[in-house]
Design a protein around this ligand. Structure first.
Ligand code: GLC
Length: 561
């Protein structure tokens, strides 16, 4: 049974921890993590205080895209363990009051899925119409849509002469959601896991499931405008929600690729007709100049604040968002927006505070709670991610980018930056495995690891523990509105949250120089207290009008009305 709770919106005060099982903890010396490894760390996660775990896909898969290519939705990948291991994890997590959220990938399946295997090469297969097939145009691909991982998004089925659509790798064939049988299969899959007692679902690239049916070439871009937030996506989500999510009371978070606020208000509308909440990625494109990910570039600080302002004010009272910096597709935030050398601890805490004090549900990606960094790989052979290796081939072999420039770009942007093994202690391979890890551990694991974080009262770990607890104690964090106090300030990101009974101010210095700002005049500072900071605040008990922030300093001030 899923965990029950009188409050069916428990997730509004919750923090969710993301586990990338392959890199979390290996119980068997194989070099890859597994479910028993996760079970062995439940006490650690309980100590952190997280309310739920989101597991990235653990189903049967050839692992071309590390499990986002599912070959059987009803089986656990033997690399991760057995169904009995999964049941044990579910019950041991529930015993500790921790919920489990599964990752559901239904925009596409692996080309090794039996449906695709039956459909391939056989126009008469009952599964042919589960996928999207088109005749060639001018002897080539049906249109110019681009795969998210590089190259054209269509692959040829030699035997029938038709092409199938794959918005991701060619081993990930897009499902045809126009076919009601596909939608019924999806309901069956999700119900299977809900029946087991799983508490919720993260829906992979769910806003791409409805494609414009003319499949026209895109003379203005890569095709995304013809399938992003597509024509029937809301109908499809309402159908699945009614049949499964509402029936089981599941929490749901949709991963939304290149979406808009207006669509997200609808996806996460407060009446619960579609999903509980959404992930959007606009704030993580501030280091993509002109939308181009594959460049080495600094981040645009003013744009970052504008984006948060747009989403925080736009979702308030209308929908609900996920708050996050890190996941298995994003580089480590302390390397990306902070300072992973001299101010690693300060900047990790400051960055965490700046999103945890917003409205939404915070997500913590494994290792973020100890301030893990990008590994700084220097050799192409160190990378495993297919997006990274594809882009190397396209940019170096086809577009003439130099090897050195591409290596610098990968060191900043590759998805492998966050997939390196979790750093548990200072033993070989950071205690992740007794074998040879599938992806090399970052060299800094001697200093940065969970064991030393647990032994140090001022560590990033205990700071996250406090942030998670604060959300449950201080009501305005969940309910308050949002006001950006210094939108034009070149170093400070400061915002105010206000409810009927409380006002909270969160100040963050994003750079390594001291800076100052003035609090708004109307705030009654005689009723204000510092409730959190990443430097000692003892010597300044009274909250002053002028705020002088040290490098990467964060301060949270609470006022009771
Ligand atoms: C999502 C996943 C990513 C995966 C892609 C295709 O963006 O987070 O890891 O490669 O979908 O399934």
């Amino acid at each position: 049974m899923a965990m029950t709770n009188n409050d069916n919106q428990w997730w509004k005060k919750a923090a969710i921890y993301q586990i990338y099982p392959k890199s979390f903890c290996d119980s068997g010396g194989k070099g890859t993590g597994d479910i028993q490894g996760i079970i062995s760390k439940l006490d650690y996660l309980d100590k952190l205080g997280v309310d739920a775990l989101w597991l990235t896909p653990i189903y049967e898969s050839p692992m071309v895209d590390n499990g986002y290519d599912i070959a059987d939705y009803y089986q656990v990948n033997p690399d991760f363990g057995t169904m009995a291991d999964f049941d044990e994890l579910l019950s041991k997590a529930h015993q500790r009051g921790i919920r489990i959220i599964m990752d559901i990938v239904v925009n596409h399946t692996s080309t090794e899925h039996v449906w695709f295997q039956s459909a391939l090469g056989d126009k008469q297969s009952p599964y042919r119409d589960y996928y999207i097939w088109k005749d060639p145009v001018n002897g080539g691909a049906p249109n110019n849509w681009q795969s998210k991982f590089g190259g054209n998004a269509w692959a040829l089925d030699e035997k029938t002469g038709q092409y199938y659509l794959h918005l991701f790798a060619k081993e990930q064939a897009d499902l045809n959601w126009e076919n009601p049988k596909v939608r019924d299969e999806v309901k069956k899959v999700i119900s299977f896991w809900a029946e087991k007692g799983v508490d919720g679902f993260r829906l992979d690239v769910i806003n791409l499931i409805s494609k414009q049916q003319d499949f026209a070439s895109d003379d203005m871009g890569d095709g995304r405008r013809f399938y992003t937030d597509g024509p029937k996506v809301h109908d499809y989500l309402q159908e699945i929600s009614e049949a499964v999510f509402q029936k089981y009371g599941s929490v749901t978070v949709g991963e939304m690729s290149s979406t808009t606020l207006e669509h997200c208000q609808q996806y996460s509308s407060l009446d619960g007709r579609e999903l509980s909440m959404v992930f959007n990625f606009h704030h993580l494109k501030v280091d993509y100049p002109n939308g181009e990910k594959w460049t080495k570039a600094p981040f645009d600080f003013l744009q970052l604040k504008q984006i948060f302002n747009h989403w925080q004010t736009g979702l308030n009272g209308k929908g609900w968002g996920a708050l996050f910096w890190c996941n298995h597709d994003q580089p480590r935030v302390v390397s990306r927006l902070g300072n992973d050398q001299q101010y690693r601890v300060e900047s990790a805490k400051m960055l965490a505070t700046s999103v945890h004090m917003m409205q939404g549900t915070p997500y913590i990606y494994q290792g973020e709670e100890i301030g893990m960094t990008n590994p700084g790989y220097t050799e192409l052979s160190q990378y495993r991610d297919l997006e990274s290796t594809n882009m190397y081939r396209i940019m170096v072999d086809e577009q003439g980018v130099t090897h050195d420039d591409m290596m610098a770009i990968l060191a900043q942007k590759s998805r492998d930056n966050s997939r390196t093994p979790m750093q548990w202690d200072d033993q070989a391979h950071a205690g992740f495995t007794t074998g040879e890890p599938w992806l090399s551990v970052a060299d800094n694991y001697h200093d940065i690891n969970a064991k030393s974080a647990l032994a140090e009262p001022h560590s990033v770990f205990y700071f996250y523990q406090r942030l998670i607890a604060l959300r449950k104690e201080v009501e305005v964090i969940t309910t308050g509105d949002y006001l950006d106090l210094y939108p034009q300030h070149s170093a400070i990101f400061g915002y105010q949250r206000r409810s009927e009974t409380q006002t909270l101010v969160c100040l963050n210095n994003y750079y390594d120089q001291p800076v100052s700002c003035e609090l708004p005049n109307q705030l009654p500072l005689d009723q204000a207290d510092y409730i959190l900071g990443n430097y000692s605040l003892d010597e300044m008990k009274a909250v002053e009008h002028q705020q002088n922030l040290r490098p990467y300093e964060t301060r949270v001030i609470l006022i009771h009305h």
